[in-house]
Write a protein that binds this ligand. Structure first.
Ligand SMILES: [Zn+2]
Length: 261
């Protein structure tokens, strides 16, 4: 699997998927999505890459504990526009793709973290515009798990267009965070009181992150619904369930420390 983090990338589900942060979908402009695999979970046949991939650009990807490089490719078929990605820690390889000295078909895929088609949409108008839309769609799809930082090499897309896309999304995140701060609800106050340090997530005007009690991962809060959820712990609920969840974790901790005394 591509871009593995400490925690498995899963949609920001609060159990049932109610809070899937899929706000991104509405941003996919005009083109209809026909394939989506931003984590390359379906990419198995990596040895047979299409020869007609066009290099889009390469950039650093902040995956939380680390940075990796990622190169993006565009492909237009009879009916579809596709965005392919190749990522890994192997800088020379991504550079070689960028320089055109390593055609995609010659890639030593075993040295990469992953390579495959991330998105396909119905064939659009101008290739560059469609490509930019696909790139934006990719960055939005992985919001909260990784983020493009630092432009490496231009191809079909140059640094200024790349930065424009990134900055546009960042501005939306900032605006969402501002709105979230202005519309705090009871569950945010309670999370703060319980020491869970809630912070606006930026991915929606009412979405917050907080610390999952006694764990090293975040839990997610939809302030508008006064609900929290942790996909890792498979817990969700309202204000009272949050209080009970924290108490339960503290009780376990207290019991352990008493036993060890
Ligand atoms: Zn948890």
């Amino acid at each position: 699997m591509l871009l593995k983090r400490r925690h498995k990338p899963r949609c920001r589900v609060f159990g049932s998927g109610v809070f899937c942060l899929a706000e991104r979908s509405k941003k996919m402009n005009e083109s209809k999505e026909i394939f989506a695999d931003p984590w390359l979970k379906k990419a198995t046949d990596t040895a047979n890459l299409p020869e007609d991939l066009v290099f889009v650009c390469a950039y650093d990807l902040d995956i939380g504990p680390d940075f990796i490089e990622e190169a993006a490719f565009f492909r237009r078929t009879e009916t579809a526009d596709e965005l392919w990605i190749a990522a890994g820690y192997v800088v020379p390889m991504v550079r070689a793709i960028a320089d055109g000295t390593a055609p995609p078909g010659d890639l030593n895929v075993r040295k990469l973290k992953g390579i495959g088609c991330a998105f396909a949409v119905e064939k659009g108008g101008e290739e560059r515009v469609s490509c930019l839309n696909l790139l934006e769609h990719l960055f939005r799809a992985r919001l909260g798990f990784n983020w493009p930082k630092g432009f490496l090499d231009p191809g079909m897309i140059g640094e200024s267009d790349f930065n424009r896309v990134v900055r546009k999304i960042e501005r939306e995140l900032e605006e969402n965070a501002r709105q979230a701060r202005e519309a705090e609800t009871e569950i945010i106050e309670v999370a703060r009181e319980l020491g869970l340090c809630p912070q606006p997530a930026g991915t929606g005007p009412s979405f917050w992150f907080a610390r999952c009690p006694e764990r090293n991962h975040p839990l997610f809060i939809d302030a508008a619904e006064n609900e929290f959820g942790c996909g890792w712990c498979k817990r969700k609920g309202g204000v009272e369930e949050l209080r009970a969840f924290v108490k339960e974790r503290k009780d376990i901790l207290r019991k352990r420390s008493t036993e060890s005394m």
